[in-house]
Design a protein around this ligand. Structure first.
Ligand SMILES: [Zn+2]
Length: 397
């Protein structure tokens, strides 16, 4: 049972939470999951009045979220009209900022990308600000009648209550109000979140069927650093100031291959991020730096059976597994989902990960499933649009 905090309850009631809004989201979710479906079927399954369902369907149609597909089989009498999510029409602009590349995409309600623009991420924040405003503005102007919303995924901390980017450690940018600027300039709502949270939300709504059913899991994003998105009872746990989940900086052991983005050499990130993996490989080859190889190349070598690359990934999986073991002890999740380029070498990693995950004081409890993300090669891009789409489908609780 959830405690009701009066201060919070007041703002929630003011914002949404009418019974009508909740019913509307239930109907939208029926269309999303059970499409093609008729008004009568929705009424039967939800026990809502047929007239209520029809009124809600009219509203969802006029908002451009669902559409009529044609007629289905009749059980006697007039054939029912079937409904489905409206696809091919832009509803979300996703902005995905990563240390190397920034991607701005346009997506429909099913998460299909309709248009993509990419540019190298620069450490010059003014340039980045200008580029993002320009690309978002371009999409907004292309579709003046669309009900667009913007989702921004960043490799850092965003305060969900103010929509401000608090800190991006890789570039040491702080208090960047790009969300507010987009809202003021283009009049579209903006949601900003940490990349790992965004990917966790994408897993929850657009991932593998098994994960979509999971209410408690931890998503680990292995990239330049390591981020985690914690899903508790179907919702992201953000903590105060949106700063929860910074397990990349938990102590794992001395003498990591690289210095962490926070400056220490004993963090999880310094042992098991892409940067750490590449340096481990370079050291095994007797090279002082990892400048000659990128993660995709290293994975390719491992997949071809190059023994040093395989050994590097196994050793890195050991350190990734130490962190996972700690998370399992702390959260007792149903599943751990791993995302990032390295999951392409899953066959090389999984044994070591499972050995470490099994190592805990939970001898009497079953181990959670350790699975790879099903979101494909650009999980953070999908994360940025999931920030918009998930809020359209989420229940107003
Ligand atoms: Zn650190």
């Amino acid at each position: 049972m959830k405690k009701i905090y009066l201060a919070k309850a007041k703002s929630q009631i003011a914002r949404h939470n009418t019974i009508r809004d909740i019913n509307k989201q239930i109907v939208l979710n029926y269309v999303r999951v059970r499409s093609p479906i008729s008004r009568a079927e929705i009424a039967r399954e939800t026990s809502l009045q047929r007239s209520t369902v029809s009124a809600i369907v009219d509203e969802l149609q006029s908002e451009g979220l669902i559409e009529e597909l044609g007629t289905g089989d009749s059980t006697g009498g007039r054939k029912p009209t079937l409904l489905q999510l409206r696809t091919g029409v832009p509803v979300a602009i996703g902005v995905d900022v990563t240390p190397r590349v920034t991607t701005v995409v346009l997506a429909d309600l099913s998460g299909t990308l309709l248009d993509t623009e990419r540019f190298p991420t620069s450490s010059d924040i003014e340039y980045m600000n200008k580029q993002i405003l320009e690309k978002v503005g371009h999409f907004v102007e292309m579709y003046p009648n669309a009900n667009l919303e913007v989702g921004i995924s960043i490799p850092g901390i965003a305060d969900p209550t103010t929509g401000t980017i608090v800190y991006i450690p890789y570039f040491q940018w702080s208090n960047w109000d790009i969300g507010k600027q987009i809202e003021e300039k283009f009049g579209v709502p903006v949601t900003i979140d940490n990349d790992a949270n965004a990917v966790a939300i994408a897993e929850l709504w657009f991932g593998d069927e098994e994960i979509k059913k999971t209410r408690n899991f931890v998503m680990i994003l292995v990239s330049e650093g390591i981020g985690t998105g914690i899903i508790v009872d179907g919702e992201v746990y953000r903590g105060e100031f949106g700063a929860a989940g910074e397990f990349g900086h938990m102590y794992v052991g001395e003498n990591a291959p690289v210095v962490c983005s926070c400056g220490r050499r004993d963090c999880w990130e310094a042992h098991a991020s892409e940067k750490a993996i590449l340096q481990r490989y370079a050291s095994a080859e007797g090279q002082p730096t990892n400048a000659n190889i990128d993660i995709d190349h290293l994975i390719g070598l491992a997949m071809n059976g190059e023994s040093r690359a395989v050994q590097t990934l196994r050793e890195s999986a050991h350190y990734l597994g130490i962190g996972i073991s700690n998370l399992i002890v702390g959260f007792s999740p149903q599943a751990i989902v791993i995302s990032g380029s390295i999951v392409r070498a899953w066959d090389v990693l999984k044994e070591e990960l499972n050995i470490l995950a099994g190592r805990s004081i939970r001898d009497e409890l079953p181990s959670p499933a350790i699975v790879r993300s099903s979101l494909g090669d650009d999980p953070t891009v999908l994360g940025s649009i999931a920030l918009v789409l998930a809020s359209k489908f989420a229940s107003a609780s």
